[in-house]
Design a protein around this ligand. Structure first.
Ligand SMILES: Nc1ncnc2c1ncn2[C@@H]1O[C@H](COP(=O)(O)OP(=O)(O)OP(=O)(O)O)[C@@H](O)[C@H]1O
Length: 234
């Protein structure tokens, strides 16, 4: 990984065409830098552009204008295949629709095993790491259950275990606690914060939850696609 920022956005603008011929400016000249290991909260009213920014960082949406680089790679101009490579190497992603990142017919354990990136350690050690992640998100009792048979909240937690199994330098999470009760939300938040402390994973977390935001280093607010930054608490 490069020694520079793990995320750099310069003048990122995204305009969605609307069905009636008008346009929606979802992101308006956004500049953002995230340092390795930094934990960033993205907050703002509904429809302000938070999810759009996250999907742009994930390389799932190509911005209309501006530059985005992730882990030192400029995403502009990359082929879909090259973007897949960046996602596989550098990103853990937990979207609002967690099912999108899961293999629906595979068990929870298989989903996490499949996402393990490092080939280090013995098979038994790797198995213990998978079970440790499943336990951390409270899913060990469901290890053998197919992902499609898990509830929305369970799928959200499995998506986090899958995202962290690859030991990515950057975790992107869209409302990761929204479908969870307070106690389970706390477990998920703890897991993200621990990944950051123990593995140096940078976090970019879209959240409405003040408790989540309070635990991260810096809060950026988006209003009508424009980003403003709060003080760094890190
Ligand atoms: N695929 C799309 N096509 C057209 N407009 C879109 C699309 N996705 C989002 N938008 C519009 O772009 C703007 C930003 O949406 P976005 O989902 O990024 O906001 P958000 O801050 O994540 O909202 P929420 O908190 O409700 O999830 C909104 O006006 C939304 O209606």
């Amino acid at each position: 990984m490069s020694a520079g920022p793990v995320v750099r956005c310069e003048g990122v603008t995204h305009v969605y065409p609307d069905t009636d011929g008008t346009e929606v400016v979802a992101l308006d000249a956004v500049d953002l830098e995230v340092a390795p290991g930094q934990a960033v909260a993205l907050v703002g009213p509904s429809g302000s552009g938070k999810s759009t920014l996250l999907t742009v960082l994930a390389g799932l949406v190509r911005p209309t204008a501006g530059r985005v680089s992730v882990a030192g790679t400029d995403l502009g101009g990359l082929t879909e295949r090259a973007l897949l490579g960046v996602r596989a190497r550098s990103l853990g992603i937990v979207l609002q629709t967690p099912g999108r990142n899961l293999l629906p017919y595979a068990s929870a354990r298989r989903n996490v095993t499949f996402a393990q990136r490092s080939a280090g350690g013995t098979r038994a050690e790797r198995g213990r790491e998978v079970d440790g992640l499943l336990e951390a998100v409270g899913l060990l009792p469901w290890a053998g259950t197919a992902a499609r048979h898990l509830s929305g909240g369970q799928q959200q937690r499995l998506a986090l275990a899958v995202a962290l199994a690859g030991d990515p330098p950057l975790l992107l999470a869209d409302e990761p606690t929204s479908q969870l009760d307070r106690a389970t939300g706390e477990v998920v938040l703890e897991l993200m914060v621990r990944a950051r402390e123990e593995r140096g994973t940078a976090l970019v977390v879209v959240t409405h939850d003040r408790e989540v935001s309070r635990r991260l280093d810096v809060e950026h607010t988006i209003h009508d696609g424009r980003l403003t930054s709060g003080p760094d608490r890190g």
